[in-house]
Design a protein around this ligand. Structure first.
Ligand SMILES: NC(=O)c1ccc[n+]([C@@H]2O[C@H](COP(=O)([O-])OP(=O)(O)OC[C@H]3O[C@@H](n4cnc5c(N)ncnc54)[C@H](O)[C@@H]3O)[C@@H](O)[C@H]2O)c1
Length: 451
């Protein structure tokens, strides 16, 4: 017999499943990465890249495999990267000193923005106002409020805008969403998500190129809207370690986890967020935490336990465990379903009863039948590998989704709203760490609640 709460939860879950199916159908109609993306070679899209650092050069590798995309201009604040970007694209793009020149160039259809986070809002708004379609790297924003400004500008200028948490375009995450939407896991009340590292590079202490100096690095261009400071190469090349340019683990890594959780569960945002952070190991290199524990509570009836540390990578660096009454879905390098086969066993309680009552309780044929079946089911339960790998290159799939949407003027998988909400969770984690209080989401205003 279900309790009233269980009935409500079950109904909510079933309703959620129906809404989910609609969401998935709508998504496929508007451009599932594996269904669209074949761009006819004759239909050329010219792209300028703003910020051709480490990530942009990965994006370039993917872009160069997409027919019809042509990288025509690049801009950066360090000369070495401009040179490498041009050679990476076989000498085709021209170097542009200031990103606004790319935006003024009428022959450029779209831009990729892959600069540090403190530049994202200004460059995103400038780009859509200049009429360019945009692929912008995650995290969409440096502060929560910036997301609303970006959303308004994207709408007002009717641009195709994709935010770069590419995981959701991967085959593995699309399959995971399908499995969850099918109800196979039963009622889901908890998700564990984590992102761990244990190297200096993993903790963003990247090597600094030996030719970096006052002449090759445009410090003022890098600073832009950030607070003024003296020339500082570690800040330029390891900007994620500093609050002036980044929100650290939350905005750099948790934003990927949040984007995926919202996608898997078909939910917009958590109602409540709490975080705790500590700087324990990499103390001399940063002013952001190197360990974070966060809790997110969703009004759809589940919670998330999200953690990240730069001290250990036991089992795997990052992944998800989606925990349901019928089984768990583990998403890492592969997709595995672990069935639940619970067996009621109250012996430790019943043995405190009078002996004859205990004996009668366990002599009940119904109980014997239940235990026999339940134990056999538990013994037979085996993990089921649903996908042995993660599928193809998620970055290429995400870019293809964007390109397909540019062609047919559809909405990409991670539009400005989706990017804003995922990134806002990361900001809420940091706000909670800073204040020691919970931070709440205002679903009407699409921003954090004011008290
Ligand atoms: N989606 C992913 O998996 C992923 C992975 C890595 C990085 N990223 C994101 O990509 C972005 C860039 O990160 P990165 O690792 O490439 O950093 P990076 O430091 O290697 O590259 C950033 C580049 O921006 C340039 N830049 C700074 N200010 C500029 C300006 N005003 N005009 C032109 N160029 C400017 C810098 O010179 C630098 O080369 C960040 O938002 C990061 O979060 C995403």
């Amino acid at each position: 017999m279900e309790t009233k709460d269980q009935q409500i939860n079950r109904r909510a879950f079933i309703r959620g499943g129906a809404a989910f199916a609609g969401g998935l159908g709508a998504m496929i109609a508007t451009g599932n990465s594996s269904l669209i993306g074949a761009v006819p070679p004759s239909d050329k899209i010219t792209v300028g890249i703003i910020g051709v650092g480490a990530r942009a050069q990965q994006l370039m590798d993917s872009m160069l495999t997409i027919p019809g995309l042509e990288i025509v201009s690049v801009s950066d604040a360090y000369t070495g990267r401009v040179k490498r970007a041009i050679s990476r694209a076989n000498g085709r793009p021209k170097a542009v000193k200031d990103y606004r020149q790319i935006l003024r160039d009428k022959s450029v259809d779209a831009v990729v923005i892959a600069t540090p986070d403190h530049w994202h809002k200004k460059m995103a708004i400038d780009a859509v106002e200049a009429g360019k379609d945009v692929y912008i790297e995650k995290p969409l924003t440096y502060k929560v409020e910036e997301g609303l400004e970006i959303i308004r500008a994207v709408k007002a200028n009717d641009r195709v805008f994709q935010v770069g948490s590419q995981g959701i375009a991967s085959d593995i995450q699309q399959k995971a969403r399908e499995v969850i939407g099918s109800g196979k896991l039963g009622q889901i009340t908890m998700i564990r998500a984590y992102f761990n590292r244990n190297t200096a590079g993993g903790a963003w202490i990247y090597p600094i190129p030996p030719d970096a100096n006052r002449k090759t690095v445009d410090w003022e261009k890098f600073l832009g809207p950030a607070p003024q400071r003296a020339f500082d190469l570690p800040r330029f090349f390891r900007w994620r370690c500093y609050q002036d340019y980044s929100g650290g683990i939350a905005t750099d890594l948790f934003v990927h986890l949040c984007t995926t959780i919202h996608y898997l569960m078909d939910v917009p945002a958590p109602e409540q967020v709490m975080g705790m952070g500590g700087l324990y190991r990499w103390r001399t290199s940063r002013d952001v935490p190197d360990s974070i524990n966060a809790s997110l509570k969703y009004r759809e009836g589940f919670m998330v336990n999200m953690s990240g540390t730069f001290n250990n990578t036991m089992s795997s660096g990052s992944g998800f465990q989606v925990l349901g009454t019928e089984g768990s879905l583990e998403i890492g390098g592969k997709l595995t379903f672990h069935p639940e086969s619970p067996v009621e066993n109250d012996r430790w309680v019943v043995r405190s009863w009078e002996k004859k009552l205990e004996d009668a309780y366990y002599a009940d044929p119904k109980l014997i039948e239940y235990e026999t079946k339940a134990r056999a089911a538990a013994a037979a339960a085996r993990p089921e590998v649903i996908m042995a790998g993660s599928g193809g290159n998620a970055t290429t799939a995400h870019l293809r989704n964007w390109v397909g949407c540019i062609k047919n003027r559809n909405t990409p998988l991670e539009n400005a709203e989706v990017g804003h909400r995922a990134c806002s969770v990361a900001h809420m984690v940091n706000q909670s760490i800073g204040t020691g209080n919970s931070v709440y989401w205002d679903f009407d205003r699409q921003t954090t609640k004011k008290w």
